[in-house]
Design a protein around this ligand. Sequence first.
Ligand SMILES: Nc1ncnc2c1ncn2[C@@H]1O[C@H](COP(=O)(O)OP(=O)(O)OP(=O)(O)O)[C@@H](O)[C@H]1O
Ligand SMILES: [Mg+2]
Length: 244
Amino acid sequence: MNAILDIKGLRKQFGGVTALSGIDLAIYEGEILGVVGPNGSGKTTLFNVVTGVHKPTAGSVTWRGRDITGIPAHEISRTGIGYTFQQAMAFAGLPVIENVRIAMEHARRPKHAVNGAFSWPTPESLLDFVGIRPLANEMAGVLPFGNLRLLGLALALASRPTLLLLDEPAAGLNDRETAALVRLVEQFPSHGISVCVIDHDMKLMQMLCKRLAVLDFGSKIADGPTNDVLHDPKVLEVYLGGEV
Ligand SMILES: Nc1ncnc2c1ncn2[C@@H]1O[C@H](COP(=O)(O)OP(=O)(O)OP(=O)(O)O)[C@@H](O)[C@H]1O
Ligand SMILES: [Mg+2]
């Protein structure tokens, strides 16, 4: 199986801090890959380098056969790699539906589509999918936290990604909201969207991901089927006293 995203020897220094010290990681079409690791292990930096927020110090990122290393963020999103921020980014003073409409209008052109038709041709259909259509006319700024997260997902989907990177999508959500998020994200692959998700919630990761990669101090220390990884002695050591 060929990787859609192929990360090789990725390294990122911030001054004297080595955030990533030579990461190899492949993401395959149609999968939901989990990335876990302690605070400060480099997970967010990995996403930031892939999405062009930061330029890597060394190494390469290949997307569907094209070298995208160091390309600026706005160009990366046009290639079909989407990203949700920990803070949902929406125009607070505009209705929910307008936020989605604007995001769809700014999406990359359909000719860039890789996997055929886009599942959600209208802002309404996208709001239906994420479950907040009844809130279409509310101002984004007054949405409760959980619904703002769902709007963040709708905005990310509006950019027509074929790979979506989710950084701690369940942080701050209650159990009911987390379960709803899992049911939603599980459907992404059947809409032509592969997923790479970072989260500290191992129960969530076990539900969502068949494969996990584990980072520790900027290095990948494990990568494989979720259950194998969670029983790997190196991983248990990192999480000693933790919930794994
Ligand atoms: N913009 C930056 N400037 C300087 N140092 C940074 C920057 N971004 C990250 N770092 C450092 O890089 C290391 C990795 O940080 P990163 O945010 O990638 O970790 P993380 O695994 O996402 O952690 P968390 O689980 O807490 O979100 C940390 O030591 C962090 O302080
Ligand atoms: Mg992080």
